[in-house]
Design a protein. Structure first.
Length: 318
């Protein structure tokens, strides 16, 4: 039986995470729990109910059709949802008059994902765009991801992945060998602090980043190391300088891309019954003086590497 992967979104006509107009395929499931994650739908590897509380009118239609006691209705209030009781029967979804509900997660084979990507091939051809596999963590479903990228690459579609690199090297390389660009995160250079922020240590990640920088250029690909800068968590000057020094030591002179923190994913947490741990932390813009100082520090620490600040500042033609 052909393997499938669980996908929670397919975003079209995007202009981030790779050159040109892109289709971004979001794989479900992640071994990390980054406190600032903007895609909590990617946490669980399984399909799950998602409810938009902003649109809920409190009508109670969902409670009337649910046989599992998921929904509690209080007059004058929005429906309270016990996500742990949901059996994913889907009975409530088409009956909600405000369209607040959906099942996040659908199974696809590699051939099906390729066909989804190929729908936009005319736009890729005109602007040098392509397909980016994101998540979640794409490496949890590495076999389908690798075959999807192989189909894209052999049909002249530009390919990228976004990854934490927290996986066995053979799984990572099976996917990365088909990439024009690999975006890989360096969330903290100190392993103990990395574990406190993400739930996992970073020794495997650092080794995999080094291996990527050795092997990807041999396949005519490139590596871009991304460093998210979260206020009060990993943006102190000493940690950022140490991260930049690590990048400077890597073969192939990969680009270092500094990512300012944003809270755009906070509202998604309530939709699946999760709590956002960094509520109240303010987003930062590229022109923030403190970020500009860190940018200067990285440029001085890694003078042979291109250093960029903000996802839109990446040298996508490099």
């Amino acid at each position: 039986m052909e393997k499938t992967a669980t996908i929670f979104d397919i975003g079209r006509f995007r202009n981030t995470d790779g050159p040109g107009i892109r289709t971004i395929i979001f794989f479900k499931g992640c071994p990390l729990r980054c406190q600032w994650c903007s895609n909590p739908f990617g946490f669980s590897p399984k399909p799950q109910l998602a409810v938009n509380p902003v649109r809920c009118t409190g009508c109670g239609t969902c409670a009337e059709v649910c046989a599992h006691g998921v929904d509690t209705v209080t007059p004058g209030e929005k429906v309270k949802v016990d996500f742990s009781k949901c059996k994913l029967c889907g009975a409530c979804i088409p009956l909600c008059p405000a369209s607040t509900r959906m099942i996040s997660g659908k199974e696809y084979t590699a051939q099906q994902l390729y066909r989804e990507a190929a729908k936009d091939i005319a736009f890729y051809r005109k602007g040098g765009g392509g397909v980016t596999l994101s998540g979640g963590e794409v490496l949890l479903q590495w076999e389908v991801a690798a075959e999807t990228l192989r189909l894209c690459r052999t049909n002249y579609i530009n390919t990228c992945i976004e990854t934490s690199a927290f996986a066995p090297w053979d799984h990572l390389w099976a996917v990365a060998q088909w990439c024009n660009t690999v975006f890989v995160d360096l969330k903290h250079i100190d392993s103990a602090k990395h574990k406190a922020l993400t739930g996992v240590p970073n020794e495997r990640i650092l080794e995999n980043i080094r291996l990527l920088c050795e092997h990807v250029p041999q396949k005519r690909g490139r590596v871009i190391v991304r460093m998210p800068l979260v206020p009060g968590h990993n943006d102190d000057e000493a940690s950022v300088r140490a991260g930049a020094a690590f990048v400077a030591s890597l073969p192939g002179r990969p680009e270092l891309n500094l990512l300012p923190y944003h809270d755009l994913g906070e509202s998604k947490y309530e939709m699946i019954g999760e709590q956002y741990e960094l509520s109240g932390v303010e987003s930062r813009k590229r022109k923030d003086p403190y970020l500009q100082g860190l940018f200067a520090t990285c440029r001085a620490t890694a003078p042979e590497n291109r250093v960029s600040l903000g996802g839109e500042a990446i040298d996508l033609d490099g």
